[in-house]
Design a protein around this ligand. Sequence first.
Ligand code: SAM
Length: 500
Amino acid sequence: MTEKQFISTVKYVASTKPAFLLSEIAVYLDDQKTVDQMYASLLPHLADLGLAAKKIGEDYEVSRLLPSPAYCLNAAEEQRVSEYLELRTIPPALEEAIGQYITRKTGKDWSDPVILERLRRAIVAQKDDYWKPTNKRSLQYTKGYSVLGYLAYHFPVYFMQTRQLFAELARDGLLKREMTILDLGTGPGVIPLAVADFWTCLGTARATVFPVERSKEHIEAFTHLVKSVATKDSLVTIKPALEADITSPGDVMLPEHVDLMIFSNVLNELAGLPVAARADIVMKYADRLAPDGTILVVEPAEEATSTSLRVLSLVLKKRGLSIYAPCTFVWGTNCTSDRCWSFQTAPSIRPTRIMNTLAACDEPFRYVNTDIKYSYVMLRKDGKTRSPCHLPKGTNAMRLSRIHLNVGRRITVVAAKMSEDLGDNETHMFRLCDGSAEKPVYGVLPVFHITQSNRDLVSAPYGAVLELRNVLVRYNPVHDAYNVLVSRNTQINTTGNRAV
Ligand SMILES: C[S@@+](CC[C@H](N)C(=O)[O-])C[C@H]1O[C@@H](n2cnc3c(N)ncnc32)[C@H](O)[C@@H]1O
């Protein structure tokens, strides 16, 4: 019996009863398999089949996977999350633990001038490497100082941006009362530590985090930081980091089902792999995603990395995952993603003590990293999207794919706001996308034209879907892009389900 027939048999039996033993399947099989062999064959398919397997004595009981209910924030938790997002510093215990780790690894206090100089050199080398084309980078994190530099420079910002993303997931009801989180390329544990931290805003939600990482140096830092900040009564369990190469998903020991799978600042490091190969890797992990689970991919906002995330997102969409956020496909089309540079920003963090100490030199700006700018995509298997866009009743909106035919005319468009303000003191400018445009489109609003009726362009959050009635189309040859000019006579309405 082939693997395919075996899976079909399991599927059939599962449809006839709520639970069964794997040994019961044996009678249907042509070739003899032990229950352990059957379990090994079934394991990669359990999440997709919506089944769970439990070891009972020498056998396995297979039953339907009961979805863990979504965790809905109550008013007190919503308040806590809002206050939490106001914070501008990483938790003091974590900052302390980073300093202690640098001190432990180097054998000298982290503020010793020799150590500071080495950290500066490591930070500069890492940044220089980052700006090289991906196939020329050597980001291996095999040397101690590359990880120490990462802790001093990148960690705080990545930790704080993860807060923003968890708040979005929580507010959108994508967290569960009990969930399994897989963090691929965990580094020194930004995501697991951010889970432990964010979950303190939630009253009763529980989470177990499975981190995977290839670099021994990062795993050592991860182990130190997790131990330093762990509390006994936490509802979050952080498993030891599994040392593995995430490009070989078959070799990575994974949990049966994953509710949230995170690739944070890692896919861009799979140097040399073409987008199709990166999509293969994500799809392989997606086999373990629970039917109502979410994949979160985050990348730095830098143009090449950010754009390549959008290209990857579209390939994953074509392979069957749905883009939950931030993109909205108003017309149900696929987009042209190769010029899509779209990222989110959040208020800057305050520099840590280590950053300030590093900055006490001739070129302070090189060692202070406080801006939060990131590109992300949330993907699902169940087709759910954040803004299930229903075109407003009676709209005569035009697809942005037809914008070139309307230069000089006034039209109506329905599109998502896909950037923060790119303008200046006199003019607001936001990138707009309806999922059909072939060239970038920007909504342009001179400050003196702002009215009650068009201010949603400015106040709506990143990703919100807007109807813009009566905008004038202009072509910008310098950027080979289109502008839609918003004036006093433009009416802008928020549509979809994203609150302004
Ligand atoms: C930029 S760090 C990101 C760490 C963390 N996720 C964050 O957001 O701060 C990228 C991490 O991915 C890890 N990584 C890169 N390629 C990997 C691979 N093929 N297998 C496992 N880990 C990998 C690196 O060692 C590094 O720790």
